[in-house]
Design a binder for this molecule. Structure first.
Ligand SMILES: Nc1nc2c(ncn2[C@@H]2O[C@H](COP(=O)(O)OP(=O)(O)O)[C@@H](O)[C@H]2O)c(=O)[nH]1
Ligand SMILES: [Mg+2]
Length: 254
């Protein structure tokens, strides 16, 4: 006789792969990986490192020898946050993930929120294919950031939401929980953004396919250690990418 699955077992994911793009994150990556792996046996961590000069990839490679749920994708060509993100998603799909989380290595996205994002995605009866860790919904916010930074974030969000017509409050969040089927539906291997604009590109492609998007509040903190790789040039390029995405949609190409 087969037993009826309990309600929580029925919706529990089989394999969650957390992809973490890294560039010079030697001070954060092992502590973050440990916290993620401790969330449960279904969790795997995939670090996608672009040959960091500080040896992040070496630390992960060595730790992975003793921890079978820790994986390294060591990229040596075609560097960039967007490229690394795309390759991480593809590898996670190859690893047979049913859920993929992408997050920063610097503890801005705290691992304690990961089970909440997964729970929201797996909640029975909800038609959601992507969950965002969000600073823009009630209960979420940008801790430690000055008023000016908060206003810049607010205006940037408004710009992106209006141009792209997105139904979400935090378009810039890089803390996201994806259903395998969503990544396949948006053909993640065809991602064109080389840099951080991958965040807006994938969000737009998901919304265009009318896949349900939910937001879970998070408190966002400044990076724990190390330096940000975001430059003004990358930021501006991101705003142009938003216009480019709108144009691609207007001309029926996405
Ligand atoms: N693999 C890879 N990761 C990157 C690159 N640039 C940034 N990252 C990682 O992407 C995440 C977000 O970058 P971060 O510098 O924190 O940007 P910020 O959060 O916007 O200040 C961090 O985990 C970085 O280590 C890159 O060129 N390649
Ligand atoms: Mg960061």
């Amino acid at each position: 006789m087969t037993e009826e699955p309990r309600a929580d077992e029925e919706t529990r994911p089989r394999r969650v792969v957390c992809t973490v793009p890294t560039f010079n994150e030697s001070m954060n990556i092992l502590a973050l990986s440990r916290e993620l792996l401790d969330l449960g046996p279904e969790y795997q961590v995939l670090v996608v490192d672009d040959d960091s000069p500080d040896g992040t990839w070496r630390l992960v490679r060595d730790a992975a020898l003793k921890e079978p749920r820790l994986h390294l994708l060591h990229r040596t060509e075609d560097r960039g946050r967007g490229r690394a993100g795309r390759d991480g998603f593809l590898r996670a799909l190859e690893m047979d993930a049913d859920i993929v989380i992408e997050m920063d290595a610097d503890f801005s996205h705290h691992p304690r929120y990961v089970p909440l994002l997964v729970e929201r995605l797996c909640r029975r009866g909800s038609e959601v294919g992507l969950v965002l860790g969000s600073r823009g919904v009630e209960g979420g916010h940008d801790a430690e950031r000055g008023l000016v930074r908060q206003w810049v974030t607010l205006l940037a969000n408004l710009y992106i939401r209006v141009i792209l017509g997105l139904p979400v409050r935090d378009c810039n969040s890089g803390f996201r929980c994806w259903r395998r089927e969503t990544l396949q539906a948006i053909d993640v291997g065809k991602t064109f953004s080389e840099g951080p604009a991958i965040v807006q590109e994938l969000l737009f492609k998901t919304a265009r396919r009318r896949i349900g998007i939910a937001e879970v509040p998070i408190e966002f903190h400044n990076r724990a250690a190390g330096e940000s790789t975001l430059t003004l040039r990358k930021l501006l390029k991101g705003y142009f990418t938003v216009l480019y995405l709108r144009w691609l949609a207007l001309t029926g190409r996405i």
